[in-house]
Design a binder for this molecule. Structure first.
Ligand code: NAD
Length: 509
């Protein structure tokens, strides 16, 4: 199915301008960077990319702001984030428009992305009164041992195109209440969304009397990111993107003993056991695999199905895939919008031809759509592919809606297949057998940072920590105690006795 006609680039440009104006951004046209839309592949605006001098000035300003912000009481810092959350509620529709225009997300997912930003703001406001340290039993009489958490410094946030606003908010809302300041290098593919986010935070800062320089935005490509990564004044680099990017960023930050928080690629799988409730599993699988046109880090890419139910499940999935409406993401009936670029479509086709050469069989989907209406855009049907083995191509992350179906006979074999990929982000099992579910969640089960039961791999809530192992980079963001990555701890020993006693019973003098 193809949903209604696509809007033209001029119409999208006007719509973007209106949303930006509501938010308070007047687009200043410049050189070096193009805002474009994957809906048509057309260019929207030319923008100025940050120069070396801009990067230098932004880091210097954020560092100066940090020196004051770090001693502002945390609950007062929370007021800034509270106001940001209110502005996000007010401009939810405007920001969602920009996410759709630049990242191609369907309306409900774009609104969901902004909702996620509101949720993390609420979380961070609460956190601003809960930056707890511990009191630890001291071995010495008249002594107290304590752990204190302090702000870290300037946080450099480098983000990917596919969550152009939410990833920024996960980092920024938490970093700001932790007393850090932020310099953000968003994806070069989504500059308008980042201008809107930065403007909302600037408005919040003005309204609550916080320094504007607690946050600075740097538009540009990876070269701008590299300067941020190498700057010794940037205490933490939080970088979200491909494993390729993480491999470059991680060692560079480590070489200067900076801290990095890496949120990289995934190759997420679900095991479907014989007892699975297929009425629940089928929609969960289709959303996880085809939602966001397969462009989530948590997208379901591998389905490991028990041999006894494989044919039944595949038949149901094939039916669902054939009915998926692909097209204009502003149309409420559309479920699959465009890929970010024709290069992404080429990568998808390349992966499909490799896997077919290895004996993989396309069961449904995979055709390009709307090529005549929008030749510079990349609309495609999500594709379901049956494979006999987990070959190299299956073990790679292709950032497109390809779902590989593998079969298994024993749970042990399924878990081995599941874990036998370089990435370790998200995972799930569909089963009604509690023993199987517990094994999957145990130390001998899924090796991912996220492991679910009877729910797909994507669509995490902000309350839990988000991130993954192995080639996914090991970072944790968002909820739980991920805030500790944005602070430094100090251990305090306080002697309130009248004598000097040394630890471990050492005597001296
Ligand atoms: P990308 O790696 O191409 O770019 C991400 C960001 O890194 C961009 O801002 C880019 O300019 C910057 N960058 C690239 N190379 C750099 C370098 N050497 N130094 C500094 N900055 C550099 O990724 P993308 O195509 O925008 O996003 C898709 C990828 O992101 C997928 O692999 C997806 O799985 C991953 N992703 C991961 C998560 C997560 O939380 N684990 C979330 C979203 C996306």
């Amino acid at each position: 199915m193809t949903s209604t006609a696509l809007p033209g680039t001029d119409e999208l440009r006007a719509r973007a301008r209106t949303s930006l104006r509501h938010i308070g951004v007047d687009v200043a046209e410049g050189d070096g960077l193009h805002a474009r839309t994957p809906l048509t592949g057309g260019q929207l605006f030319g923008l100025a990319a940050a120069t070396d001098a801009d990067t230098e000035a932004a880091v210097a300003a954020a560092r100066t702001a940090f020196l004051a912000w770090r001693t502002t009481p945390a609950p007062h810092r929370g007021e800034l984030v509270r106001r940001l959350g209110e502005l996000l509620r007010e401009h939810k529709g405007d920001l969602a428009d920009l996410v759709t225009i630049e990242a191609g997300k369907i309306r409900s997912e774009a609104l969901g992305e902004v909702q996620e930003m509101i949720d993390i703001c609420d979380f961070a406001v609460g956190l601003s009164r809960q930056l707890y340290g511990r009191t630890i039993a001291s071995e010495r009489p008249g002594h107290r041992l304590a752990e204190t958490w302090h702000p870290l410094g300037v946080v450099g946030v480098v983000s990917a195109f596919n969550f152009p606003a939410a990833v920024w908010s996960w980092n920024t809302a938490v970093a700001l209440v932790c007393g850090d300041t932020v310099v953000w290098k968003p994806s070069e593919l989504t500059p308008l969304t980042s201008l809107a986010c930065a403007r909302l935070l600037e408005r919040a800062a003005d309204e609550v009397g916080a320094p504007r320089d607690v946050h600075r935005l740097l538009l540009g490509d990876r070269a701008v990111g590299e300067r941020l990564v190498d700057d010794p004044r940037v205490a933490l680099v939080s970088a979200t993107g491909s494993t390729r990017m993480g491999r470059e960023v991680g060692p560079r930050v480590a070489a200067r003993f900076g801290r990095s928080l890496l949120e990289l690629g995934g190759n997420n799988a679900a095991i479907v056991a014989p007892s699975a409730d297929l009425d629940l599993a089928v929609p969960a699988i289709v959303f996880a695999a085809a939602g966001t046109a397969g462009q989530r880090c948590t997208t379901l890419r591998r389905l490991i199905v028990h041999r006894d139910i494989a044919d039944t499940l595949v038949e149901r999935l094939t039916g669902a895939y054939t009915r998926l409406p692909v097209g204009n993401p502003f149309d409420d009936t559309t479920l699959v919008g465009p890929l970010i670029s024709t290069a992404a479509l080429d990568a998808m086709r390349h992966a499909l031809s490799r896997v077919q050469a290895q004996g993989g069989k396309i069961l449904a989907g995979g055709n390009r759509r709307l090529a005549e209406a929008a030749p510079a855009a990349a609309y495609t049907e999500p594709v379901l592919v049956r494979v006999d083995e987990q070959s190299d191509v299956v073990r790679e992350e292709t950032f497109a809606p390809i779902l590989y179906v593998l079969t298994y006979d024993t749970l042990e074999e399924a878990i081995a297949l599941h874990n036998d990929v370089p990435q370790g982000l998200s995972s799930s099992i569909f089963t009604r057998d509690q023993r199987e579910a517990e094994i999957f969640l145990s130390a001998a089960g899924s090796d991912c940072g996220i492991a679910n039961v009877n729910i797909g791999t994507s669509g995490a809530e902000i309350g839990g920590a988000f991130g993954g192992e192995k080639d996914t980079g090991g970072g944790r963001e968002s909820g739980s105690d991920a805030w500790k990555s944005y602070m430094r701890s100090a251990t305090n020993t306080i002697n309130y006795s009248t004598g000097l006693s040394l630890a471990q019973g050492v005597s001296f003098l």
